[in-house]
Each structure stands twice: as structure tokens, then as C-alpha cells.
Design a protein. Structure first.
Length: 71
């Protein structure tokens, strides 16, 4: 069974896929002086890094039995 923490990685993916359908993102306006779509993608690129760091942090530790050394 997969860890429920792996669901954190799905959040940025859903944000990226929903970009063209969100009217507050996909429009002719500026956020922080840059187009809203570019700002949205920059935010979620950082969010992807944070989500993957959370998944890595809460992943179960690897077993020592799988070290690859012969017994």
C-alpha cells in the first residue's frame, strides 16, 4: 500500500492541469508585474518542490536488508 503522503505530489499536478480552465489565472491581467499565467506556473513550480520534499521527508525508511551486499 502506498503512503498517503504521496498524495501531496498530486496537488501541483492538478494545479498545472487546471491552469487553462481558471478564469482568474487565464486572463489579461498582471500579478506582481508579470502575466498571471506565468506567475501561477512559477508559484506551482515552487509548490512542486515543496510537495516532493514532503513526500521524501515522510517516506518510510528503506530496509537495511536491501543494501545489495551478499550474505
Amino acid at each position: 500500500m502506498r503512503s498517503p503522503h504521496a498524495l501531496w505530489a498530486a496537488v501541483p499536478v492538478l494545479a498545472f492541469l487546471s491552469t487553462p480552465y481558471l478564469p482568474f489565472v487565464n486572463g489579461p491581467h498582471l500579478w506582481l508585474g508579470i502575466p498571471s499565467v506565468l506567475c501561477w506556473c512559477l508559484i506551482w513550480t515552487a509548490g512542486t518542490t515543496a510537495a516532493l520534499a514532503l513526500v521524501d521527508r515522510f517516506a518510510p525508511a528503506a530496509d537495511d536488508d536491501e543494501s545489495g551486499e551478499p550474505v
